[in-house]
Design a protein around this ligand. Structure first.
Ligand code: LLP
Length: 435
């Protein structure tokens, strides 16, 4: 969306590298991440907490994009890590992530997943429901382990965003309801436990949020609950985790605030409420995903066929689609794009960018004005770093793209492209006889 860097050939530069060359080297579709942007965002969050003089952990919500190399970037930046499955946890362990900074989420963690987490002594398990409390107690006893937990609560806050990605409102599959006594019951279940150590509360009110009000209301509700438990049971919670969800600018219409603003405003709410009590200021934890990696990612596609529907539109088809970015089809998500090899050409053609999947709904961008396109041109679609690759599928048996990291003129492959052989490597031949 912002003004793009362009070289003398009129090619888009990403991280100081000619994107057309990247497409040639690694093929398309290709995800390109500019690491310097990720580092800048990570440091921004960490420095904001430093300026506020508040103990904090900034955990990368790795569902946005996970890979061994990305976990290693986050480790370099001293972030903590939010994982939501044995798969993400295993990847983090493979990446050498410090286990004490891994937080494990999920509304239906299996016994095997919890065991993997306990065996590796991970930093904290964010407990979602009563069934999980029982599982954890039994596992901790069976394996004679100590476990740190947060209780995830739904604070009943409506975050103004797309319905599918709102999680803090009262009708949610996630967490203990804060308003109807569920959270208090969960607290009673765990706060005296010898093996389960309650650190505090967690909430996540939604994703791609622009306003601060939801975060402030959630912060207020959670800290008040923690103060009440302190008053009533003399129990000091030490951690308040306010989740992620800070919005980013996909198109000109999007109006997110600086990430630091969300943090500052919620910390002020907590500080003010704590100041009136003898409750000790808790550590503040957050879990940004999209705002760390979203705008650092660009998808490169090769343009192929074109079809005109007279008086309606011109379709321009690319060599990927909903299989590598399901967000437009699933949420009606909007994106901006350019033709990476025609940055100096005037944009005067209106196109719909279609994918190559066998579905009419496989459109990546509905209306975009670009220079006149030709087969072989490279389309660069911006801000695809979050929930693009991580939600990719093999629909139509398309191979998942490669992922490349660039930074200040350097480059490396982070995930290799799937091959046709990869696509059949789980398949077994038919052994049942024909009747
Ligand atoms: N913490 C928890 C508990 C979450 O559930 C999520 C996202 C995050 C943190 C990170 O949220 P972020 O900062 O990335 O907004 N697939 C959807 C987004 C789903 C978000 C799920 N939870 C999309 O493509 O928009």
């Amino acid at each position: 969306v912002a003004k793009q860097a362009v070289n003398e050939k009129g090619h888009l530069l990403i991280g100081g590298i000619d994107s057309v060359e990247l497409a040639k080297t690694y093929g398309t579709p290709l995800f390109v991440y500019d690491l310097s942007l990720i580092r800048e965002r990570a440091r921004g969050f960490i420095n904001t907490f430093k300026e506020l003089n508040v103990q904090a952990q900034v955990a990368y919500a790795s569902k946005a994009f996970s890979s061994v190399a990305m976990y290693q970037v986050m480790k370099q930046e001293n972030l903590s890590l939010d994982v939501v499955s044995a798969g993400e946890l295993y990847t983090a362990i493979k990446a050498g992530y410090p286990v004490d900074r891994i937080h494990f989420h999920g509304n239906n963690k299996s016994k095997e997943e919890l065991l993997l987490a306990i065996e590796h002594n991970i930093g904290c398990i964010v407990v979602d429901n009563f069934y999980e409390i029982e599982l954890l107690k039994n596992l901790a006893a069976e394996h004679d382990k100590q476990v740190n937990i947060l209780l995830r609560v739904t604070p009943g806050v409506e975050a103004h965003t797309h319905d599918y990605i709102t999680t803090g409102q009262q009708d949610s599959k996630f967490g203990f309801d804060l308003l109807n006594g569920q959270a208090d019951r969960a607290f009673q279940d765990v706060y005296k436990d010898k093996r389960i150590h309650l650190l505090g509360l967690h909430c996540h009110i939604g994703s791609q949020i622009f306003e601060t009000i939801g975060f402030k209301v959630a912060a207020e509700k959670l800290i008040k609950k923690m103060i009440a438990w302190h008053n009533d049971f003399n129990f000091q919670c030490t951690v308040l985790n306010l989740g992620g969800g800070f919005g980013i600018k996909y198109t000109e219409e999007d109006t997110p605030l600086e990430p630091s603003v969300y943090v500052k405003e919620m910390v002020i709410v907590v500080k003010d409420l704590v100041a009136e009590t003898n409750f000790a200021m808790p550590e503040i934890w957050i879990e940004p995903g999209r705002s760390l990696v979203g705008d650092a990612g660009t998808s490169l596609y090769t343009i192929g066929s074109e079809k005109e529907v007279p008086d309606v539109r011109k379709y321009l088809a690319v060599d990927g689609g909903m299989s590598d970015n399901i967000r437009p089809a699933l949420y009606g998500a909007l994106y901006d794009a350019v033709i990476a090899n025609k940055m100096n050409k005037e944009s005067k053609e209106e196109y719909t960018i279609a994918g190559k999947c066998c579905e009419s709904g496989d459109k990546l961008i509905e209306h975009i004005t670009l220079p006149k396109a030709d087969p072989g041109d490279i389309l660069a679609m911006f801000c695809t770093g979050a929930y693009g690759y991580s939600m990719a599928s093999n629909y139509n048996r398309l191979a998942r793209p490669a992922v490349v990291f660039v930074e200040k003129g350097n480059q490396q492959l982070a995930i290799r492209r799937e091959t046709l052989e990869d696509l059949v490597h789980l398949d077994l031949p038919l052994t049942l006889e024909k009747e």
